[in-house]
Design a protein around this ligand. Structure first.
Ligand code: SF4
Ligand code: SF4
Ligand code: SF4
Length: 325
């Protein structure tokens, strides 16, 4: 077994394995056929990201950083060298832009260089919300998925559940670590629905904020008008049940760091697992026990440690006076 398993993959394995041990009732609940997805409410807001218009200026990153009072970054936001390394959102960067080379760096002729902004997708059926056992993550009436740090218990189920691998965790905070992610610039004092800082700062209108239904129409109309420019797909229209953030691309999504995901929302599965765990009295310790076992098994230092232990056992034992037997 490859021991270099990514920690999130390992946690997902743990969740799947624990679900497997949860008994027939739980399994039946978890594998139930997905229900038909109701249409999202009319007031669901969203952002249309047109990757063919993005120039990789990182103004959105800067605006997000400022809007959310995130720590200053070591490098300047005008530094474009950083675009060359693939990045994910972190606890101190809720959105990042990645660069994907076009021709002539690739063997496909006529392929444009592509920049892709990444952040929480504000799923219509968010797995993070359904996985959170204390309700620290909730979906606001306009579709934003928001976080309440005062009730979060730090279990990080949301990290395991998110199909886009978005929530980050403040591991460096010893006393009050929080889950951090884009909250759609939700203004708790004035309610939601303000133009997000990233969209407001975008100089090329690669980011357009509005009602999701209208953005979807806009995206489809662009597809119709410029079939030469776009791939015939609105990413986020159906992925995992649909997302508030929608993407237009000129290249296959898997080439530009967007995950190819199924249409059924994993939220239903996570919910079934969570409900099963509590409904049928599954003790969370069993989950943690299994998780610890998996982590121990996959710990690359385990064999080294066992080897050392064996060597120690085989070595002559000191007698009570400190000499070897
Ligand atoms: S992208 Fe992940 S963190 Fe964001 S709403 Fe969807 S499941 Fe939750
Ligand atoms: S909506 Fe707000 S929090 Fe989310 S990426 Fe844009 S600026 Fe950042
Ligand atoms: S501000 Fe707009 S053009 Fe600039 S990197 Fe962000 S999305 Fe792209």
């Amino acid at each position: 077994m490859n021991r270099k398993v990514h920690r999130r993959t390992l946690l997902k394995l743990g969740l799947a394995a624990s679900a497997g041990t949860a008994g027939a009732s739980l399994v039946a609940g978890a594998s139930a056929a997905p229900e038909a997805m109701p249409a999202p409410p009319d007031n669901t807001m969203g952002v249309l990201v047109d990757t063919t218009l993005c120039i990789g200026c990182r103004k959105c990153e800067e605006a997000c950083n400022r809007r959310n009072h995130l720590p200053r970054t070591a490098e300047s936001f005008s530094d474009r060298d950083i675009l060359r390394s693939f990045r994910r959102p972190t606890e101190s960067a809720f959105t990042v832009v990645n660069q994907f080379p076009g021709s002539p760096s690739t063997d496909q002729p006529g392929l444009p260089q592509t920049y892709v902004k990444v952040q929480c997708m504000h799923c219509l059926y968010p797995s993070c919300v359904s996985a959170c056992i204390v309700g620290a993550l909730t979906k606001a009436s306009d579709g934003a998925v928001v976080y309440n740090p005062t009730i979060c218990i730090g279990c990080r189920y949301c990290q395991i559940a998110c199909p886009f691998e978005i929530p980050a965790y403040e591991f460096h905070e010893p006393l009050t670590p929080r889950v951090r992610k884009c909250e759609f610039c939700t203004d708790r004092a004035q309610g939601t629905g303000a133009n997000p800082a990233c969209a407001a700062s975008c100089p090329t209108e690669a980011l357009v904020f509005g009602r999701r239904a209208e953005l979807l129409d806009m995206a489809k109309s662009r597809l119709k008008q410029r079939p030469d420019r776009y791939l015939d797909r609105v990413y986020g229209e159906t992925e995992v049940g649909g997302t508030s953030w929608l993407y237009l691309t000129g290249r296959p999504v898997q080439e530009i760091g967007l995950l190819n995901l199924p249409g059924a929302p994993p939220a239903q599965r996570t919910e079934a697992i969570q409900h099963g765990i509590f409904k049928y009295g599954m003790i969370p310790i069993a989950f943690y026990g299994l998780l610890s076992y998996l982590m121990w098994r996959n710990n690359p230092q385990r064999e080294e440690f066992s080897g050392e232990a064996e060597a120690r056992d085989a070595s002559p034992k000191p007698d009570a006076k400190g000499g070897a037997e």
